[in-house]
Structure formats: C-alpha cells, structure tokens
Design a protein around this ligand. Structure first.
Ligand code: SF4
Length: 440
C-alpha cells in the first residue's frame, strides 16, 4: 500500500492525474505487437460487445492545456487523405476473425475536433465507414464538438449521420478565460450551437466543463454552473484541470523554472466540482460518475464509457487511437506522417501494445468501474472468480477508514469526497511494479 491517499499534493504540479487505462501506458511496448495480431485472429469472447473509436486529430487552435496530438491549419487535401486512411484502416479489420459477425453496438468520434470536418467530409467518412461495418445494431453514436466549428447545417448533417450523443466542449462560459486558455471558441458560439442542437432534437446533449482553467475564480465558476443549469443539457461532464508534460502551459512553466502550474490547487478544484455536483443535484440531476451528472439516469446512458469499463472490444481507427480487442490493449501510430505511411502500405498502423494477465484485467475493470462510484462484488466474482473485498481488503480498509468508501454487502460505494478524488485513490490498487509509473 503506498501513501497516495494521504499525500496528494495540494498544489497543481505537472503530470497526469487522470487514470484512463491499466496497466499504465508507459508499459505498453512494440515487442507485444504480435499479441495484437494474435488477438485479431481469434474469434470474440461470447457475448462481448464491439465498439469503434474514430479519432479526428484536427483542431482550429491548440488549447494551452491540451495534451493530445492535434494538428492545426490542415488543408482539405490533408483532411481527405486522413479520411481515406481511416476508411482503409477499417477495411483491413473487417474480415478478421475477432469481428465474428458482430456489428458495432457503440461508436465514438473523438479528437481533436470531429466537428472540424466539413459536412461533405463528414458524409464521405461516415458513409464509407458504414458501408464496411454497418451501423444497423448501433445503440449510441457519440460525437465531440468544438462550439465554434458548428453551423446549423453541420449539426443537421451530424444528426442525420446517426449521432445520438452530442458532446459540446464548452469548458467555460467566460470569453476572457476561454481566450487566455487558448480555446478557439467564444461564449456567443456556445449559445448559438446549443440552440441549434436543441432544436434539431438530439437525443442527448452533453456539456463539458473544466474546473480550474487559468484565471478561474469562485465567482466565475458559480456563473458557469448557473449557466449550465439554465441550459439544461441531459448530461454535464466536469474535469479537474491537470497539466501534463506535453502541454503549452507546462512548456512555459519549464521555461520560467516554475514547479507549480498557474491554476488552482487540487482542494479548490475539488471544491468547485463538489459545488457544481450539489447545485446540479438541487436542479434534479443525478451524479453518474466521478465526472458526470445526468438529468434522467433511466434514459441518459453513456454506453461507450460503460461498455469499455466492462471490458468490451474497441476497434480504434485513426492516428494515436487506443483499442482493446480480445483482452489485448493497443495504440495506433501516434504521429500522422507514419500513420498515413503505414496505412498506405496496407499495414495496420500499430505502435504499442500490452497483453494484460488475468490479474491486470481484473484490476483494470475494477479501477475503471470505481470511477462510477460503486462496485458490485458479485460482478467480479462471476467474471473473475474473485471476491474483491477479500482480495483488496488492505487498500479498501484504508480507504474506508479515511471515509472515502463504504462496503455494504454486495456494494462497495465511494463517498462524495472519495469520488471527487477517485483518480488519486486508484493507484492503491495497482500492482507494485506499476505504482510509480509516469502515466503517459
Ligand atoms: S479542442 Fe480539444 S483536442 Fe483540440 S486543442 Fe483543444 S483540448 Fe486539444
């Protein structure tokens, strides 16, 4: 047991706090790429669902806190070349045994900025993807948007291609804060895009906010929460600002010799999320995970998240995309030039992989599902033959003693304080060799 539960740094220092997968990405490697080929050649595990992630790496501007690989100022020919590569990539997967006759149950367009594409480019991409792997069984198509890239006609096209969950990267409603954090959009564009999306009848609109952008204040955060509640989206997602090493903010810190990021400390950011969750609850929302509140939990689902955290297969399309097939993790080539080169040679553009063992798979599902705020012991007993309350008695006991969780029969439930800092608490469940890993 390490001491992360009590030694969380107060100030925001550089690095990743968000745990997106397990084992950490720094353990994925080239040597295990042969495991991916073997996984693709095996039939699927009975009953496991299939999803597809499509990465669009283009943005109008690079946000100062962004740690993704994104490309700005790309011309139409480059975008078309990328679309052709994404289609070719899917084509090389569809006859592989892991598909096993399955059609995707969920699809996620992430980025970058998927809404950077024009209507024509979107129609071209999605019609060709559907021709290769039909969307007839799809229950959810999620699509990330940057408000300033949207027009009513583009939103109509996005709806008509089948998107059910439209996610607006609002982040903040204050023009000055948006500007100094390098966001490309303004508050007027948020209001306009939301109005169009609402009137076009999307099944689910999600608004993304970030607690702790540069120059965030209590007063502004209160306004952001008020404005969000007034807009009344089906889902609200709030992330706490982190400053990974490959961000513009970190580069500036390094140049100035600073160790602490110019954003609020962790306690303040947690306080802001706690305030937002409490206000959203007063407005009738339910807290559905460490980051999300939903208006109607019986209707508003997020299949991409839930299926992935239960170990579903995820087919990754596009540069730097992450996938998970038949128990093997992998990531595509993380730079666009080698990605396009490999696809043009008819090769799968794989970069690094890891085949977790049974214990690592158990830990992966357990820590990801902890982000929902509750675990079912029965689920893990049935799937992995393990009583997690016994297997992880020591870290669970310590977290319970600190007031972060309660074990009650079948359920292990996080308290609100536990949920608000769940990512820092997950490391306690890592195998010893993974605990000090840099999480990138
Ligand atoms: S819009 Fe998103 S992906 Fe693009 S630069 Fe900003 S944070 Fe990064």
């Amino acid at each position: 047991m390490n001491d992360l539960t009590t030694a969380q740094p107060k100030q925001t220092r550089p690095g990743n706090y968000f745990v997106a997968n397990y084992p950490p990405f720094s353990f994925w490697n080239h040597e295990q790429l042969s495991e991916v080929q073997a996984a693709l050649d095996r039939p699927p595990v009975a009953g496991n669902s299939l999803g597809m992630y499509v990465h669009i790496p283009f943005c109008r501007k690079r946000c100062h806190f962004c740690y993704f690989k994104v490309y700005t100022d790309q011309n139409a020919a480059r975008v078309q070349q990328y679309i052709d590569a994404a289609v070719a990539e899917l084509e090389s997967y569809v006859l592989k045994p892991f598909i096993g006759g399955r059609l995707p149950e969920f699809i996620y367009f992430g980025g970058g900025t998927p809404s950077y594409l024009s209507v024509k480019q979107l129609e071209n991409l999605t019609s060709r993807l559907k021709a290769l792997l039909p969307w007839d069984a799809v229950k959810e198509v999620a699509f990330e948007c940057e408000p300033g890239t949207l027009s009513e006609a583009k939103l109509e096209a996005i709806r008509d291609m089948g998107v059910t969950r439209l996610s607006l990267g609002v982040e903040n409603f204050d023009d000055h804060i948006l500007e100094i954090n390098g966001r490309a959009h303004h508050s007027q564009e948020i209001a306009r895009a939301y109005g169009w999306a609402r009137s076009l009848g999307f099944d689910q609109i999600n608004i993304d906010l970030i607690a702790g952008m540069v120059e965030e204040t209590d007063a502004n955060w209160v306004k952001c929460v008020e404005r969000t509640i007034e807009m009344s989206p089906e889902s609200v997602t709030i992330y706490q600002m982190e400053i990974p090493y490959n961000t513009t903010i970190y580069k500036e810190m390094k140049a100035d010799g600073k160790l602490v990021a110019p954003v609020a400390d962790w306690e303040t950011k947690r306080g802001w999320v706690a305030y937002a969750f409490a206000e959203l609850e007063k407005a009738g929302y339910t807290i559905a995970s460490a980051y999300t509140a939903v208006k109607n939990p019986a209707h508003t689902k997020f299949l991409y998240r839930d299926r992935l955290w239960e170990g579903a297969d995820l087919l990754p399309i596009g540069v730097a995309s992450f996938g998970h097939i038949n128990g093997v993790h992998f990531q595509n080539e993380h730079d666009i030039v080698p990605y396009l080169d490999q696809v043009s040679r008819g090769e799968l553009p794989l970069w690094r992989a890891l085949a977790p063992n049974a214990e690592e798979r158990l830990i992966r599902e357990m820590i990801l599902q902890m982000k929902l705020g509750r675990l079912s012991r029965k689920y893990f007993q049935e799937k992995f033959g393990v009583d997690i309350a016994e297997r992880f008695a020591a870290p669970l006991g310590q977290l319970a003693a600190e007031g972060f969780l309660v074990i009650d029969g079948d359920t292990i439930g996080y308290s609100r304080q536990g949920l608000l800092q769940v990512d820092t608490l997950l490391h306690d469940f890592f195998l010893p060799e993974h605990r000090d890993a840099r999480y990138a």
